[in-house]
Write a protein that binds this ligand. Sequence first.
Ligand SMILES: Cc1cc2nc3c(=O)[nH]c(=O)nc-3n(C[C@H](O)[C@H](O)[C@H](O)COP(=O)(O)O)c2cc1C
Length: 354
Amino acid sequence: MQVDLRQSWWIRDVEIPTRLVLAPMAGVSVQAFRRQGRRYGAGLVCSEMVSCAGLEHKNERTLGYLRVARDEHPLAIQIFGSEPRVMAEAARMVVAAGADIVDINFGCPVRKVTKTGAGATLLDDADRACAIVEAVAEAAGVPVSVKMRRGLDDGSRTCLSVGPRLVDAGAATLTLHPRSARQMYTGEADHSLTAALVDLVDVPVIASGDITSRARAQAVLATTGAAAVMVGRGAQGNPWVLREIVDGNPDGPSREEVAAELIVFVRETVRELGERRASGFLKKFYGWYLGRGRFPKPFKQELVQLESTEEVVTRLFAAAPGAAELVEQLEAELPDPADEILLDSMPISIYGGG
Ligand SMILES: Cc1cc2nc3c(=O)[nH]c(=O)nc-3n(C[C@H](O)[C@H](O)[C@H](O)COP(=O)(O)O)c2cc1C
């Protein structure tokens, strides 16, 4: 059975124009990543996880995650934490910042998060997980989604008992990444659990894990009955895979396209994070963009060693002169930064003065 990925679907009153969702990824899902994802066919994009404690204490870096641009919608902002009251307050803040959906993280397996009682550990404390969803749903005024793993331990099926309870508590959508927390990213996502979850709940389910091609996306949608597929690692430095998944367009990018997308990504990220943070943050992206046989290996090594992002951009233009026209086109389409919603409580420095 062929599933039309260009078909829209709904999370309560929010229309999602395609059945492809860009995954939240800490250290990856900056604004430039999200808006690029929308351009290449993702119907919904998501921020990386934002600490509700950081929001409560108005931590400057945490507040910086709440920059939302006009061309990102529909957008989910993901929050994590373990206290229903603090999570509810965080939900109000992210909605004020422009989130169309508040996503709750019950999947993070990283110790720094789980030791605070947040992330995947909440799958083993269903009462608290439900209290969080209830509090957030009441505070948010927009649909609330939950992203979870299959459970904490290998072979766990906890998601099937907790999932329906989260829906009763107010979750309008569930995203399942059917690996255990212990597995981290090893082994395979077991989407037979996704199919079982779809049978148990009457809200849309999003399937996350190992979706890297149109064939895989079609197979997972057809065999699970999920409303949409989510793509994470496959889209790192590779927005073209989103186009392939949604439209079946198999054309890989030209060197000029790769250079142009990377240049715009670099400039946007510098605008968002500032030069100092961006230059370190961006290094992993050079390998992701330039690999896959697109550029010779030494070229990547060279970029990683350059001091400033401006030098990186100059070097990319030199390697692919035809990129200049594409960059101009892409930048002409970007919305005015002044259109971003500014929360009164945010220190102006977050916006890098511009
Ligand atoms: C670097 C990285 C960071 C991630 N950060 C988050 C996060 O902040 N919140 C979340 O719910 N999932 C996070 N995930 C999990 C992804 O959203 C996704 O569920 C997982 O990678 C499986 O999908 P994939 O096989 O398409 O990558 C992260 C994954 C990676 C690789």
